[in-house]
Write a protein that binds this ligand. Structure first.
Ligand SMILES: NCc1[nH]cc(CCC(=O)O)c1CC(=O)O
Length: 340
C-alpha cells in the first residue's frame, strides 16, 4: 500500500493494516444538532458546536453537524405567534425530532423554549449569556427629534413595529403616545420591513443582532430599567434526551454554571406566574459582586395600563425558590385575568 493511500482519511479501508502513527481515533457516532432553519438559529448552533469541539475529547470535524429543521412557526410569518399556539411552537417540532432520535441535541434561544419541557428531555447546557438587553432599532429615515423624558429618540406618536406583548406593554407604560403595528418574522425580515418604512422603530434583542453581526444596527440599547428582558433572553440553551448519558456528559462540559443559575431563576418566575402566551412578563437575574443572585421580574397588561415590577435577592443555590417566590408575589398582586 502506498504511503499516499495510507494517509487518506482513515475511514477509507477497514481492511488496511493500522499504522500506529496514522491510526484513526475510534470513530465517534455523528452528533446531530437540530435547530430551526433561521439564520439566528444556525449561528447559535455553530456556537454550540464550536464550544463542543473546543472541549477536551470533543467531536472532531465531521463528527458533529447542524441539522436545520423547518418548523411551521417559521413557515407562518404573518400571523401573531400567540395566535398560532405560542412560543412553544418552534421547539415542539424540534423536540419531536429529538425524542424520535433523528437528532441528538437541540439548540434553542432559551426565551423561546416552553417553561415545561416534554417528558424525557432536559436542558443539558447553556452557553455564557450574551447581552440580555433589548435595543431600540430606528428606521433609517426616522429623524431623531429632540425630546425630553423617556426614549427621547422616538418622536411623539411614533409607530413601533413589534409582535411582543412584553415589549409593547413596557413601551406603552413609558410612553402612552406611541402607536403600534404588528411586525414579526426573523430578525432580518423585521429589519427589512423597517427599512420599507411602515414603522418608525422596532425593538430587538441585542443578543440576536450581535450573533448575526448586526450589532451596529442597534442604535440604542435599552436599559433593563426601561425594558426588562424576557426570561432567558440572550441565553442559548441545548436540550437532550434525559437518558442519553453520552450526549449529556459532553454537554455538561460546556455548561456555564452562572448562566444556568440565572436561567433557572428566570424560568421559575414564568412557571409561578403561569401566564398565557400573551401575558407581558419580564424576568432578569444577575449574579452580583456579593455572590448573591439578584432577580427582577414584572407583569403587565399589554396596553401598559398596569405594570408591576419587583426584585428579590438570595443565595444562588436558591435560584428556583427565589424565582418561584417572586413570581408568586407578582401574581398575588396582579389582576387575575392576566393569568391562565
Ligand atoms: N423571539 C425571537 C428571538 N428569540 C431569541 C432572540 C434573540 C436572541 C436571544 O434572546 O438569545 C430573538 C429575536 C429578538 O427577540 O430580537
Amino acid at each position: 500500500m502506498s504511503a499516499a493511500f495510507q494517509a487518506a482519511p482513515a475511514l477509507a479501508r477497514p481492511s488496511a493494516l493500522p499504522s500506529p502513527r496514522l491510526a484513526p481515533r475510534p470513530r465517534a457516532a455523528l452528533l446531530r444538532a437540530g435547530t430551526r432553519a433561521s439564520p439566528l438559529a444556525l449561528a447559535q448552533t455553530r456556537r454550540v458546536l464550536d464550544a463542543l469541539r473546543a472541549a477536551p475529547g470533543g467531536p472532531q470535524p465531521g463528527e458533529a453537524e447542524p441539522v436545520p429543521l423547518q418548523t411551521s412557526g417559521d413557515a407562518e410569518q404573518r400571523r401573531r405567534l400567540a395566535d398560532l399556539g405560542g412560543k412553544g411552537l418552534f421547539a415542539k417540532e424540534i423536540h419531536e425530532a429529538l425524542l424520535d432520535g433523528r437528532i441528538d441535541l437541540a439548540v434553542h434561544s432559551l426565551k423561546d423554549l416552553e417553561t415545561e419541557l416534554p417528558p424525557g428531555l432536559v436542558i443539558a447546557a447553556v452557553l455564557p449569556r450574551a447581552d440580555a438587553r433589548d435595543a431600540l432599532v430606528l428606521a433609517p429615515g426616522c429623524p431623531p427629534e429632540e425630546r425630553r423624558g423617556p426614549l427621547p429618540g422616538l418622536p411623539a406618536g411614533a409607530r413601533i413595529g413589534t409582535a411582543s406583548a412584553r415589549r409593547m406593554a413596557q413601551l406603552r407604560h413609558l410612553r402612552p403616545d406611541l402607536r403600534f403595528g404588528l411586525l414579526r418574522g426573523n430578525v432580518q425580515t423585521r429589519l427589512r420591513r423597517l427599512e420599507e418604512g411602515d414603522h418608525a422603530a422596532t425593538v430587538l434583542a441585542m443578543a440576536g443582532l450581535e450573533r448575526l453581526g448586526l450589532g451596529a444596527r442597534a442604535a440604542c440599547p435599552l436599559s433593563t430599567e426601561e425594558m426588562l428582558p424576557a426570561a432567558g433572553q440572550g441565553i442559548i440553551a441545548v436540550t437532550a434526551r434525559a437518558g442519553d448519558g453520552a450526549t449529556r456528559a459532553r454537554l455538561a462540559g460546556i455548561d456555564h454554571a452562572p448562566t444556568h443559575l440565572a436561567a433557572r431563576a428566570e424560568r421559575a418566575v414564568l412557571a409561578a406566574l403561569d401566564g398565557s402566551c400573551r401575558t407581558p412578563i419580564g424576568a432578569h437575574a444577575t449574579l452580583g459582586p456579593d455572590g448573591r443572585l439578584h432577580l427582577e421580574a414584572l407583569v403587565a397588561r399589554e396596553d401598559g395600563s398596569f405594570l408591576l415590577r419587583r426584585a428579590l435577592r438570595g443565595a444562588p443555590a436558591e435560584a428556583v425558590r427565589l424565582g418561584a417566590a417572586l413570581g408568586a408575589s407578582l401574581r398575588a398582586d396582579s389582576p387575575a385575568d392576566l393569568f391562565a
